[in-house]
Design a protein around this ligand. Sequence first.
Ligand code: ZN
Length: 418
Amino acid sequence: MSKQFAKNQTLQSRHRFTRKPNLADVNAAGHDMLRLVNRRILLSILSDRQPISRAEIAKISGLNKATISTITGELLKDACIIEEGSGRTTPIGGKPPTPLRLNAKRFGLFGVDIRSDETVLALSDFNNRIVSRVSFETGSVASSFLNKIGKEIRKLCAKHDSFIEFPGIGVSLPGLVDNQSGKFLLSVVLPWRDVPVVNLLEKATGLPVIIDNSARCSALAEIWHGKTQYAHVRNLLYVSVSTGLACGVVIDGGLYRGGTNTAGQFGHIPIDVNGPDCRCGQRGCWDLYASDKATLKRYADLRGASGKRVSTMRKLVELVEAGDTAATEAVRETARYLGIGITGLINGLDPEVVVIGGEITKAWGVIEEIIVEETKRNLLAPRSHSVAIRPSAFEVRPSLKGALTLIQNSLLSVPHMG
Ligand SMILES: [Zn+2]
């Protein structure tokens, strides 16, 4: 029995083991599994801290130097990592520690961010640097549109043939997505229904495809690539404010997907049972008060029949910036309803950080105080720390970053054992 294992068995640390083993899909920790986990921990440390020496990796990971040396040897052989400036000497003639880096050319990752109006396809290297980005008008017929995207991906593979491997394509979609069956189920903003996106895109490209909805993709992007202050955050709530409201929930570093893989539709929690009818069949859903659609309607009502029409949130935010009273009032009221819904979710989920994404966050100076005040007033149990509420770290298309992260996550995340 190793010392580490013995230490983990002490009463004080047993609370860290909380998962019931999944006996329907047993994944016992054999030698190969342990090797895979350690390899991915090392790659994640490199991704986060590079350039970094073997000694520093040993300090962070808790693994001994011999194990680090074996794993980095394998990773060098697989061309996953490179040694930086090898062969240098110190002034007194000794050999300095050789820093290690990820090999940017090892993997070319594809991300496709499909929105109702525009779709963006991007290719990034293993260091998350985007090397190509193309946009298209989103097609109303899913099969022919995905075929077209597939052709573009094949072109990019040929053009960027210096990548050793293209491990897959991550796709972000605006609506209900079942990532297990690989289907896009439905959406209010896109006329696609029951589309086997994974199947169609895999056939068109010959590459593995992973899909998810935009709120969950964005949550994943925040947990992997959000601002440095989120580096140690394990539990995060992402609220995507768009035509509708949807959320992505990260629990202990992983996305929560639920029993039928559709978790996160908090926009359809009723906040007023006597409120107006919602398209989901209920009344007074949160979505009806805090989505962009609700804010635009509120502005139109405030301006009256003779008032100026505004059809996009971007334009409404421009009016707020220009000091328009009705636009500012509409956005402030939405902020209040965002605060009401977020308070309920904080009470239920207890995240460390709440991240809000969408055009409305461009008016952060107007909405922040209202949201924070609302949550402070209504949180249960006095907290030793306040929950951080922040706009997304990605000003442009968090969901594109998320689509790319779906593939990075498949390369670096650690599997559940047991
Ligand atoms: Zn509803």
